[in-house]
Design a protein around this ligand. Structure first.
Ligand SMILES: [Zn+2]
Ligand SMILES: [Zn+2]
Length: 360
């Protein structure tokens, strides 16, 4: 299975995942299908080949992920129209540039790249566009081109890859607690210091620490998008990607696990420390945190994104968490607008000065 496109059984139109109903909708006849119904369908498949132009992917030397890493760009043929779709090697879902039908590059998400879980889009395109309008209206000096109709229509839903880490830790902590009492009797001041040996032991379960799993430049679009509501996380199904773009991870667990384990140890230490109360001062003498059980999941999180390339080539962006609607971005500044406003301010100051001068 390489390249997939889900077709409506009633009219052969494209099926895309619809955030408002959490079902699959035919863009042409409007029919809705549940996950179970989609699972029962056989998706249309296209073919995949590496961009040396001669070999099919099946014939070419393969790595574990199903493609030759050196190739970089990979060409697929669209299951709907046969057009060739060129992608880079982390793309997992995209659109055909010719017929605009959504295609899911199933082969990109197999084996060790098969996500364990996914948070499906819950924010509709309409809501994402509306949110953008409101965000922009609060900002000054943004060039018109950034929020033109054409630009807003280019807003794209992208699934970004993340690592999630759950762990159970066993911890013990020894500390010295001090309580000091001062009192006076006649001319003498007495100080009493009581020392306590404090011992804590416990098990801490920490879950859902998440870490970005994409190195590529566009990972920036998913910055500041956390947190997500993990209770809405679903078992991964390829169908969720239909109608969206998706990135495959290019950061492996080994690259982030040290940092994430350290963060969890610090959390556990802090939780243990917080149980020591009732002393004037506490000094921790010894702490031991041992991981007992850990679990890693590879997941995809939804983000609505909009990018804008300024004259100098710099890319600005707007992003919205595709589940919660939280917004973040880096906006271009229109210096012409800034100048006009400062000129107006200067003029206003001059008028005030003149009025002042006149009356005084
Ligand atoms: Zn249909
Ligand atoms: Zn096509």
């Amino acid at each position: 299975m390489a390249i997939i496109s889900y077709k409506c059984p009633n009219c052969d139109g494209e099926l895309i995942f619809e955030p408002s109903t959490q079902k699959y909708k035919c863009e042409y006849c409007g029919s809705l299908f549940s996950q179970e119904e989609l699972d029962a369908m056989k998706p249309a498949e296209g073919s995949e080949r590496i961009d040396d132009g001669a070999q099919t992917a099946e014939e070419s030397p393969r790595e574990e992920n199903g493609e030759t890493a050196a190739a970089g760009a990979v060409i697929y043929s669209c299951p709907s129209c046969g057009a060739q779709i060129v992608t880079d090697d982390t793309t997992a879902a995209t659109f055909c540039y010719y017929c605009h039908n959504p295609v899911v590059l199933g082969g990109r998400l197999e084996g060790k790249y098969l996500p364990d879980k996914i948070i499906p889009f819950a924010v509709t395109r309409e809501a994402a566009e509306k949110g953008f309008g409101e965000y922009i209206s609060k900002k000054k000096f943004v060039p018109k081109a950034f929020f033109s109709k054409k630009q807003i229509e280019s807003m794209t839903g992208v699934y970004f890859p993340y690592w999630i880490y759950d762990t159970k830790l066993e911890g013990s902590m020894q500390a010295e607690g001090r309580n000091i009492r001062v009192w006076r009797s006649g001319d003498t001041e007495f100080t009493e210091t009581k020392f306590y040996h404090v011992q804590r032991e416990g098990e801490v379960e920490l879950s859902n620490l998440s870490e970005n799993a994409l190195k590529k430049a566009n990972a920036k679009l998913a910055k500041n998008m956390l947190p997500y509501d993990f209770s809405k996380m679903k078992e991964f199904k390829t169908g969720y990607l239909s109608g969206f773009l998706a990135e495959r991870r290019d950061i492996e667990k080994q690259e982030v696990e040290g940092k994430m384990q350290q963060e969890m140890r610090e959390n556990a230490e802090r939780l243990l420390r917080e149980t020591i109360k009732g002393y004037n001062s506490v000094s921790v003498r010894n702490t031991r945190i041992v991981p007992k059980k850990e679990n890693w999941s590879y997941v995809l999180f939804p983000v609505w994104t909009l990018t804008y390339k300024a004259k100098g080539g710099q890319i600005y962006y707007y992003s919205m968490n595709g589940q919660t609607g939280k917004v973040s971005g880096e906006l271009p500044i229109d210096y012409a607008k800034v100048t006009v406003v400062s000129a107006v301010c200067a003029a206003a100051a001059l008028v005030l000065a003149l009025i002042g001068g006149f009356f005084l």
